[in-house]
Write a protein that binds this ligand. Structure first.
Ligand code: F6P
Length: 363
């Protein structure tokens, strides 16, 4: 069996708190425990497409990065080597640069490649594995929507950020008697909205998995008012959808509102227009992707990084590290990618939220 001497690591997709902690753990365990060299590859697969986008990493180079947000390796959510866009707006070109990646992998004398990314990046990693590259995946996303792992690092930090924001908005909502909308990330899955909403005491939580009706939101607010609560907190996942043919949308929405505004703004405006209530909307956006990882995320990232190096040592290529219960394990990339973990509408956590009076805008 070929001896492992040198491995590469890259990050792909949107950044996420804990990426640096993974890099540090891979580098430290590779160098200190296994005795290998590590090459940092910059800006996702771009680092293996273009020259001068790599740098050797040892324990010294990863000093101090454990608590630092972002990624020292840089990342991109463009740049699929199998469909790489070049050219200008007037003359766009789509190139297959996959062979360049394979050639540069060989040129750098790499024996394995650790790819840290979400579903898109890991799907690319799987394609390279099928072409013969010895690849190991590490799952990453603040959205926590990868089905092959119970948790992804970054989620806990994002949850803290979103909950902290809801707490702050809560007090100003109460002072002014306003209806406050807080839009959080979650294009396909509503985990951040659901959990931050529950943690922050939201009255209404809107998630992509449960299409909502404006009337139901208004009814919930009316119930709160009649019980003496002058304000309401509505947490909205960015991928939430209103039910088709909603009468409030038909009556109060303009084309501009529906076309040019995020869902939090759309629902906020519609509630304001239809009730005359004072409404404010806060879109948290990328603040959820930044900042120092929580202790939980630092530990999960570290365990994932060490496990990824362990899979390289065992030559378990084509696999992705994952968390099952409280144990770090692994799963084939083939089984891991393309399967989103969305919020089951009938799950215990949704039932628990309903049981304490949280509305999902559907009943
Ligand atoms: O990581 C996924 C995510 O957080 C989504 O919830 C969000 O839609 C997306 O990133 C935004 O990414 P960007 O603005 O970097 O394209």
């Amino acid at each position: 069996m070929k001896k492992i001497r040198r491995i590469g690591i890259l990050n792909g997709g949107g950044d996420c708190p804990g990426l640096n902690a993974v890099t540090r753990a891979v580098v430290r365990s590779a160098c200190i425990y296994h005795g290998w060299e590590v090459l940092g590859i910059f800006e996702s697969f771009d680092g293996l497409i273009w020259p001068d986008k790599t740098k050797p990493l040892g324990p010294y180079q990863v000093r101090g990065i454990l608590p630092v947000g972002g990624t020292i390796l840089g990342t991109t959510n463009r740049g699929d080597p199998f469909a790489y866009k070049t050219g200008s707006d007037g003359n766009p070109q789509v190139n297959d640069f996959s062979q360049r990646v394979i050639d540069n992998f060989k040129k750098h004398k790499l024996d394995a490649l650790v790819v840290v990314g979400g579903d898109g990046t890991l799907s690319i990693a799987l394609k390279f594995h099928k072409l013969g590259l010895p690849v190991i995946g590490v799952p990453k996303t603040i959205d926590n929507d990868l089905s092959a792992t119970d948790k992804t690092f970054g989620f806990d930090t994002a949850l803290h950020t979103a909950t902290d924001a809801i707490d702050k908005i809560h007090t100003t909502a109460a002072s002014h008697g306003r209806v406050m909308f807080i839009e959080v990330m979650g294009r396909d899955a509503g985990w951040i909205a659901l959990e931050a909403g529950m943690a922050g005491g939201a009255d209404v939580i809107l998630i992509p998995e449960i299409p909502f009706s404006l009337r139901k939101i208004l009814e919930k607010m009316a119930r709160r008012e009649s019980s003496g609560s002058k304000f309401s907190l509505v947490v909205v996942a960015e991928g939430s959808k209103v039910r088709p043919n909603d009468p409030v949308v038909k009556r109060f929405a303009t084309k501009d509102l529906l076309k040019n505004h995020s869902i939090g703004n759309v629902v906020g405006q519609l509630v304001g227009r239809s009730t005359g209530r004072e409404v404010r909307v806060t879109v948290l956006g990328h603040i959820q992707r930044g900042g120092s990882p929580s202790p939980l995320d630092r530990i999960l990232s570290t365990r994932f990084g060490v496990a990824a190096a362990g899979l390289v040592a065992q030559r378990q290529f084509g696999r992705m590290v994952c968390l099952k219960g409280s144990t770090i394990s692994s799963v084939s990339l083939q089984r891991a990618v393309g399967r989103l973990k969305t919020v089951p509408p009938k799950s215990e956590i949704v039932q628990a939220a309903r049981a304490i009076g949280i509305s999902f805008g559907d009943r």
